[in-house]
Design a protein around this ligand. Structure first.
Ligand code: NDP
Length: 330
């Protein structure tokens, strides 16, 4: 089996000397185990945090072991009850072409007929769930809110824009890193306005995209984007702090300006990780399946082919090579 291991903790941007491709022999299948041929692997920005040895909401990756993370595949051998050859399953065993483990490590993918099983890693999986939790339970989106989303053409961001609309936002604006992505925000994902954060100042662009201010900010990026939101907030505004990709490779904390607006405008900034919300998964799945069946959700994937390209796909998602969810197809 081919796997990717973390062999050194990166400083700054990860390199091919930190994460390496390894060939490993699989032991015979033990009682209670299944073997799964993976079809899609997830590469995600949160994985950058797990490469560091520090306290966080999930333990760091173990040096010399496989990069774990979401994957979808088909059972090719089973010595376990309840899982049979041909079943499509999702799991967290990560960057490898074949996963073999106790059957309890695998869950049925349950993607509706006619849709690709990769959606178990995106729209119907972690990234869709993150958008839903952040808007509904963390930001407490209300009818009529003006919503701003950063990283808006990415996997989470493109869902946030659409879900904000479905949940009653009056105006949804987003930012992304290329003109092509900004075009997609309004043409494909239902945003009212978008801007390219690499052109002109972020604070000024946000003010012209949302001239009456914002009520909710869904933050995927941190840094200057968060500062711009703090300046554009109306009184009582709420931020769901989901990610801060602009500082994931930073070697020191760059700090945040305009925090005093939290006091003067009565703002609420709530950080969250979905690991504290698993009990809401059935409610999310019911909502998302309904919206998908009604044709209300548009999604994109950027697909990179082959297990050998996994590390490059990861650096790609960190650097904006993706539209929608970055996926490795085996
Ligand atoms: P995306 O699909 O959004 O991919 C990451 C995107 O970040 C890139 O496409 C790039 O788009 C953008 N980006 C990279 N560098 C910068 C920068 N310096 N400034 C602004 N944008 C940048 O990834 P996900 O949807 O998987 O994740 C989005 C965010 O959500 C991440 O911060 C992630 O850590 C977080 N997350 C949090 C979870 C939680 O439980 N709290 C769960 C899942 C994800 P562009 O071209 O626009 O720059």
């Amino acid at each position: 089996s081919i796997q990717w291991h973390l062999v050194r903790r990166p400083v700054g941007e990860p390199t091919g000397e930190d994460i390496v491709r390894v060939e490993a022999e699989l032991p015979p299948l033990a009682n209670g185990e299944v073997r799964v041929r993976n079809e899609f692997l997830s590469v995600d920005p949160y994985m950058r945090g797990r490469m560091n040895d520090m306290r966080s909401y999930i333990p760091p990756f173990v040096l010399g072991e496989v990069m774990t993370g979401g994957a979808v595949g088909t059972v090719v051998a089973s010595r376990a009850e309840g899982l049979s050859v041909g079943d499509v399953v999702v799991h967290d065993l990560g960057w490898r072409d074949v996963s073999q483990a106790d059957a309890r490590e695998f869950r049925p993918a349950r993607v509706p007929d006619g849709l690709p099983s990769s959606l178990a890693l995106s729209v119907l999986g972690v990234t869709g769930f993150t958008a839903w939790i952040g808007l509904k339970l963390v930001a407490g989106l209300r009818e009529g809110d003006v919503v701003f989303v950063s990283g808006a053409a990415g996997a989470v961001g493109s869902m946030v824009g659409q879900l904000a609309r479905l949940m009653g936002a009056s105006r949804v604006v987003g930012s992304a890193g290329t003109a092509e992505k900004v075009g997609l925000l309004t043409e494909r994902y239902g945003f009212d306005a978008g801007f390219d954060y690499t052109e002109g100042g972020i604070a000024r662009s946000l003010r012209s995209a949302a001239p009456d201010g914002i009520d909710v900010y869904f933050d995927n990026v941190g840094g200057e984007h968060l500062e711009a939101a703090l300046r554009s907030f109306n009184d009582g505004g709420r931020a769901a702090l989901c990610g801060a990709i602009s500082v994931y490779n930073a070697t020191s904390d760059p700090g945040v300006k305009y925090l005093s607006n939290v006091i003067t405008r009565g703002l609420t900034l709530s950080g969250f990780t979905i690991v504290n919300y698993w009990s809401h998964l059935p409610a999310f799945a019911a909502d998302m399946r309904g919206w998908l069946a009604d044709g209300l959700i548009t999604w994109d994937e950027t697909v990179v082919d082959g297990i050998d390209a996994t590390f490059d796909a990861f650096t790609g998602v960190m650097n904006g090579a993706n539209i929608g969810k970055m996926i490795v197809r085996l």
